[in-house]
Design a protein around this ligand. Structure first.
Ligand SMILES: Cc1cc2nc3c(=O)[nH]c(=O)nc-3n(C[C@H](O)[C@H](O)[C@H](O)COP(=O)(O)OP(=O)(O)OC[C@H]3O[C@@H](n4cnc5c(N)ncnc54)[C@H](O)[C@@H]3O)c2cc1C
Ligand code: SF4
Ligand code: SF4
Length: 474
């Protein structure tokens, strides 16, 4: 028997340092770290101690023989990461690397506490807060424009990912830290300027995320019935900026443009049995609308083929529990799936069929259709969306179009901004001495929750370097 890591893993590596036999990889510092969908337990070395399961903030780790039917495949997924790899040469506990001590981040003990403002209570802001509170004697003012903390953990992560949302509890432990002051409902840029905040603190870290939707840039995008995934996600999570009647579920077919994990979240929620969402964090108004929803089919429209789809493997596997079909309109797509090229192999065994787009969806269970090699060329309709025309000229009738083609940051007056990437330019998280960035506003909108941990460490290191070098107004 062994333990296995499962779908909700956000790769924050909390489990790596507690494993006594160093059998969880890729670990921070290893070449693959940050590029795999998740971390994996080597079943050849695991000694079943359970330490990793206790340390995981999102309940992603289970003994293999306790995996539920829907997670059973993760035993094989963990093992296959190690296929063809030698076992770690030295399975000695990795928390006892007795070498010379390295204290590169220590600031002198007579250094007066820094006053640092962190703007944004999402994962990036909270990992920065954690680093500052646990590893320095700084006093932190934590600011967010919303009255509820959590960023995308609260208002982005889908309500059926209850384990992932649990990481919010780990972050919330710091809200009552004696050296932390919370200022919720305060927006930098309107309640305070960047300059005012800088004048009142030794340093300011901006962790403001990338909340605006990238446009599709095609005709018809402004029609009623065409919405961004950011709005739909905010709607089902009860975001205060989005009205409860924003989303209309009176059409039978919805087209979602994009195949990233956010597109998959939207498809999963729109086709879920509402009973399975009761008791989750879903907004009550959204649940009521889903209960009377007419949606019977969600079509995910992908510009490219299944070998380069944007979703991660664990998220696609979660979708396979639904009624999932691949549109067989293109022989190349079917060949890629059969050959298992790149991510296409994940679709082996998923039914394929030629889908008729001018007719309403077939009766039966709500289903999800993946249609590859189909860039949208126009959203059709006069006063309301009635479908999508693809670049190859096919018309797909639909009453709602959701664009899930990515997000971008928004400029903050007083800070530089790169329009192309939608991020704030920086070097190692430093915008200028005293001003720093972390998370999606620094790296752009990619990477799960755990990726923000390494990102925050780099930013806090730059801040401390400036403090020690006397570059802050301290
Ligand atoms: C829909 C969706 C679902 C996701 N699901 C998962 C998942 O299941 N698992 C996973 O690992 N990752 C998931 N992610 C990715 C994960 O959420 C991100 O990696 C992470 O949230 C980025 O963190 P951040 O702190 O940079 O931004 P955010 O989480 O967006 O936090 C930014 C915060 O800054 C605040 N803010 C913005 N502007 C201002 C201002 N001017 N003044 C004051 N406050 C401000 C905002 O209110 C917000 O609280 C998902 C992302 C999205 C979009
Ligand atoms: S159960 Fe113990 S030995 Fe196995 S991966 Fe987890 S921490 Fe490592
Ligand atoms: S979420 Fe973190 S602690 Fe949990 S399995 Fe993934 S890397 Fe390990």
């Amino acid at each position: 028997m062994a333990y296995a890591i499962t779908q909700t893993c956000c790769a924050d590596a909390s489990c790596v340092s507690v494993c006594p036999v160093n059998c969880i990889h890729p670990a921070p510092g290893e070449p693959d770290f940050g590029s795999t969908d998740m971390l994996y337990v080597d079943p050849r070395a695991c000694i079943d101690c359970g330490a990793c399961a206790d340390a995981c903030p999102v309940d992603a780790i289970f003994p293999v023989d306790a995996l539920t039917a829907s997670l059973a495949g993760y035993s094989e997924i963990n093992a296959s990461y190690y296929a063809g790899r030698e076992p770690a040469p030295d399975p000695s506990p990795n928390f006892h690397p007795w070498g010379p001590p390295v204290f590169t981040r220590t600031i002198p003990s007579d250094f007066a506490p820094l006053d640092v403002a962190v703007v944004g209570t999402g994962p990036a802001g909270m990992y920065a807060v954690e680093d500052l509170l646990l590893h320095t004697n700084s006093r932190v003012t934590l600011i967010d424009r919303l009255p509820v903390a959590g960023g995308l953990v609260r208002y982005g992560v889908a309500p059926d990912h209850a384990s992932t949302k649990k990481i919010g509890e780990t972050f919330a432990r710091f809200h009552s830290h004696p050296r932390l002051r919370m200022r919720l409902g305060v927006e930098v840029g309107s309640d305070f300027t960047v300059e005012q905040l800088a004048a009142r603190h030794d340093a300011v870290i901006y962790a403001v995320g990338a909340s605006s939707a990238r446009p599709l840039g095609i005709p018809g995008e402004e029609l009623p019935g065409s919405v961004a995934a950011t709005a739909l996600v905010a709607w089902y999570n009860g975001h205060p900026d989005v009205a409860a009647d924003t989303i209309d579920l009176s059409a039978e077919r919805v087209v979602v443009v994009g195949t990233g994990n956010v597109a998959l979240d939207v498809a999963r929620i729109l086709t879920a049995d509402p009973a399975t969402l009761r008791g989750t964090s879903i907004a009550p108004e959204a649940l009521a609308r889903l209960e009377s929803s007419k949606v019977r089919e969600v079509v995910l429209l992908a510009r490219r083929g299944p070998e380069t789809a944007a979703y991660t493997g664990p998220e696609l596997l979660a979708l396979r529990e639904r009624d999932l079909v691949v549109d067989a309109h293109d022989a190349e797509v079917l060949a890629a799936i059969a050959e298992g090229t790149g991510k296409a192999g994940l679709l082996r065994g998923v039914p394929t069929e030629p889908v008729g787009w001018s007719a309403p969806p077939p009766d039966g269970r709500r289903r999800i259709v993946l249609r590859f090699h189909s860039a949208p060329a126009a959203i059709l309709g006069d006063t309301q969306v009635r479908g999508v025309r693809t670049a190859s000229g096919d018309e797909i009738t639909a009453g709602q179009v959701v664009s899930a083609v990515g997000q971008r940051g928004t400029p903050l007056p007083g800070l530089p901004f790169d329009e192309d990437s939608g991020t704030i330019p920086h070097t190692g998280g430093r915008v200028r001495p005293g001003t720093y960035v972390v998370g999606w506003i620094k790296r752009g909108p990619s990477g799960g929750i755990g990726a923000n941990r390494t990102c925050a460490r780099e930013t806090v290191s730059s801040l401390l370097e400036d403090a020690i070098a006397g570059r802050l107004n301290h």
